[in-house]
Design a protein around this ligand. Structure first.
Ligand SMILES: Cc1cc2nc3c(=O)[nH]c(=O)nc-3n(C[C@H](O)[C@H](O)[C@H](O)COP(=O)(O)O)c2cc1C
Length: 173
């Protein structure tokens, strides 16, 4: 006898709960917080908060990060020659919040320094990496970017940390 059709129905509630559990488990991994910046086709500054940034290789000097395919910034980053990674300092959680929003002008009131190809460098960060937009890979619902560091700078400031959905400070153990 055929099974009743209800037996094959997938209940959306457990699926949502499964995704929540996955997000929570991924969120256990502590990261720094960066703002990725570039220029759009019309020369306008573009930027967003990113914690998927990581080091890949020293020789050649490569970094990686991923961008949601749903992001309105996707075309700007995909098509640019260079972008900048601004590593946020402990007192810059407000910048992280601003660049994680859909604010009309995320750069309002900031004193920007032009990096390679005009990619904006934000003031007050603990490190900056100016990267050539070397390779992009499929990454599921994100696009993976591998950048080649062409210039970098560091300021001795405490970094901002993100873990468990919260901003935190470093503590030595
Ligand atoms: C701490 C933190 C880390 C984030 N990391 C990423 C990331 O790695 N990739 C990504 O696509 N979005 C990330 N986001 C979400 C984006 O910053 C957010 O969706 C933002 O609205 C994107 O800007 P846009 O809408 O102008 O593209 C992060 C948000 C926060 C608060």
């Amino acid at each position: 006898m055929n099974k009743p059709i209800e037996a094959f129905r997938i209940d959306p509630a457990p699926a949502a709960a499964g995704q929540r559990a996955l997000r929570d488990a991924l969120g256990a991994f502590a990261t720094g917080v960066t703002v990725l910046t570039t220029r759009g086709a019309g020369g306008e500054p573009v930027g967003l908060t990113v914690n998927s940034f990581n080091a890949v290789s020293l020789e050649p000097p490569l970094i990686v990060w991923s961008l949601s395919l749903a992001s309105p910034s996707l075309a700007a980053f995909r098509d640019c020659s260079h972008y900048a990674v601004n590593v946020l300092a402990l007192d810059q959680a407000w910048l992280s919040q601003r660049f994680a929003s859909r604010a009309a002008d995320k750069f309002a009131g900031l004193e920007l320094n032009p990096g390679l190809a005009g990619a904006p460098l934000l003031p007050g960060c603990c490190a900056w990496f100016e990267c050539a937009n070397q390779v992009r890979h499929d990454g599921g619902d994100h696009l993976l970017f591998i950048g080649r560091i062409e210039r970098h700078r560091r300021d001795r400031k405490e970094p901002l940390v993100f873990q468990g959905g919260r901003y935190r400070a470093l503590r030595e153990v």
